[in-house]
Design a binder for this molecule. Sequence first.
Ligand code: SAH
Length: 362
Amino acid sequence: MKINLLNYTLEQLGEYFESIGEKKFRAKQVFRWMHVYGVSTFEEMTDIAKSLRSKLQELAEISVPELVTEKIASDGVYKWALAVGNGNKIETVFIPDGERGTLCISSQVGCALECQFCSTARQGFNRNLTAGEIVGQLWWANKRLGKDPKGEKLITNVVMMGMGEPLANYENVIKAMQIMLDDNAYNLSKKKLTLSTSGIVPALDKLGRDCPVALAVSLHASNNEVRDKIIPLNKKYPIEELLSACKRYLANSPKDYVTFEYVMLKGVNDDLIYAEELIKLVRGIECKFNLIPFNPFPNSGFESSSRNQIMKFQKILQNGGLITTIRKTRGEDIDAACGQLVGRVMDKTKRQEKWGVIHLVN
Ligand code: SAH
């Protein structure tokens, strides 16, 4: 089988070139062709010697995602379903917002975490995406969207908030993020690349050491009793441990705060008592709150809190000194909102252990 060069960081591509008897600096040229110029064939790499191009042609490939469907919402949000082999599909979402364009990227086919309010969880888990499949979503979206009239790329921010738990696919997610940050590729700043996690504590610590990017944490509850019910992973890594990890993370974080996501579920976690409890809970942690109105899906068994309740909840947090925003729901008419991404998961092998807990090195 040919090697997919999209899987390699610049460092690894250099090593690969050496292993096939080529000069390392050629790797940089090829890397730039792929990621800066969005090229997917070796023929297009015109400043590379013909002999090297045909050698690469024989040994390697640039395997980019294959589009299954494209939907465009009335508010300008795009949702793409991309094929990842064996009938599996993932979803990627582009959210334009004035000067900012955010791409929401998937990290796994399905998810093993079983968060009760998330439709991706209902599908089960098939497999981790490769680094090439993860960064390939950015490659694809840049290609599809083109540039604005000033010649700038439309994607200014990336969030690892699509299907899957990014920290359960640690190695590949880190590699993909390193490519996104590389100035010979997408040149994203660490502040504009956000990873969202349900809270796999050891992996979060490792992320702080290996590749600290902006951090969002799916908190969704102010105590273990409620969180245990909606996020089974909490039984393994309870709130106190998660919050300590957030504090440790802040020491290396490119942003000086953590964003806590809080999905507003009617009658589950939206009592105003919980807002008071949150204020005490996060004392001493630099953070912002982002309240997310629950996005419904068939047979979810949950309802969103009313607008009024969400605003009251927000007010209490704000009075407690916490910067709190309410997430604008985008792309709703094409099911592209948070927690609505489903793609297609064939053959739920559940190869990961329950909760998708990764085999961490160290
Ligand atoms: N697995 C990662 C990233 C995926 S989801 C994580 O858990 O953080 C991105 C955000 O959407 C998470 O905060 C998630 O809890 C939230 N979410 C999931 N389902 C939702 C739904 N139905 N409505 C609103 N937000 C939801």
